[in-house]
Write a protein that binds this ligand. Structure first.
Ligand SMILES: C[S@@+](CC[C@H](N)C(=O)[O-])C[C@H]1O[C@@H](n2cnc3c(N)ncnc32)[C@H](O)[C@@H]1O
Length: 283
């Protein structure tokens, strides 16, 4: 998220600086998304036109009207300037993702996390991505580690269909099994166990931690659990996440790494925890 004030003080003098400082924006593909829950449309248009004029890669400016929400984690959007569309292609670490912002979740702020996890995957691993979205994690893993197989699950039909298209677009469709459905139900029908499980649904990930643990192979493995958690500071939030995972892990595993992925509001953080699950018998 970039603050609009840094970019536009001189050309946007018709909007008071104090008001302007409340706006931030992010860029996905060639679309700029401005966070402006309660702004009148005329101010939105001024900001939209300024972004179009000053950022050469931008073709569309949308306003995000409220927080990301609902089961599919979608944002309510309004068109501000430029072409009238919500689809774009976002490029990240040599991969390209077709995204429809009106119907799916996508955050460029998770790109560091995606490459970090992809770099941890070893040859031959069998990986489960419990919440695929348009498949950025799965595709990056498949690209970085050509000798692994991935199973991903996604409930939102629009996201699932874009994920399939993205796997083809990035030439990895042969190595990702892409399942449309509710992770909980899908897991009941999956026979195999995994070396690594991704749980990127931070609002509800604790509900799925037990399933993630029991999805790991007897030889042990890793879980990347994304959580939303309150804290007075980064360190405090990380400590709270550590305490939250201790009980469900019990003697079955340990927290090996955690960090703040992003701030999501005052005193409210997204944290990733890497959990090592111990072998349950000698491999
Ligand atoms: C926070 S997004 C993560 C998407 C993706 N991992 C990424 O990095 O862009 C969570 C995704 O989980 C999906 N989802 C929510 N509940 C689900 C469920 N019960 N089973 C499968 N997918 C679900 C949502 O539709 C959404 O696409």
């Amino acid at each position: 998220m970039k603050n609009i004030l840094k970019l536009f003080v001189p050309p946007l003098t018709s909007i008071p600086v104090q008001e302007l400082s409340a706006f931030s924006f992010e860029i996905i593909g060639d679309i700029a998304i401005v966070k402006m829950p309660q702004t009148d449309k005329s101010k939105g248009k001024i900001i939209g036109e300024a972004l179009l004029r000053d950022l050469r890669q931008i073709r569309v400016v949308l306003a995000q009207k409220g927080p990301i929400g609902g089961e599919f984690r979608i944002r309510e959007m309004e068109h501000l300037a430029g072409e009238a569309r919500t689809t774009t292609v976002h490029k990240e670490y040599g991969c390209s993702f077709l995204i429809d912002l009106s119907g799916v979740y996508f955050s460029p702020r998770l790109s560091t996390e995606r490459i970090r996890v992809a770099d941890l995957v070893k040859p031959g691993e069998y990986v489960l991505n419990m919440f695929a979205g348009v498949a950025p994690f799965s595709i990056l893993i498949a690209k970085k580690q050509p000798h692994c197989r991935i199973v991903e699950v996604e409930l939102n039909e629009v996201a699932h269909s874009l994920a399939r298209e993205n796997a083809v677009r990035n030439k990895v469709s042969g190595r990702i099994e892409q399942i449309h459905g509710d992770t909980r139900r899908v897991l009941e029908g999956i026979q195999g166990k995994f070396d690594r499980v991704l749980v990127p649904l931070p609002e509800r990930s604790f509900e799925f931690l037990e399933s993630a643990i029991t999805s790991i192979k007897r030889q042990g493995g890793w879980i990347h659990l994304y959580v939303h958690i309150h804290g007075r500071s980064n360190a405090d939030a990380i400590e709270s996440a550590k305490i939250r995972v201790e009980e469900p892990l019990r003697e079955r595993g340990s927290l090996r790494y955690s960090r703040v992925v992003k701030g999501i509001g005052p005193g409210w953080y997204q944290i990733v925890t890497d959990l090592e699950i111990y072998p349950t018998e000698r491999a």
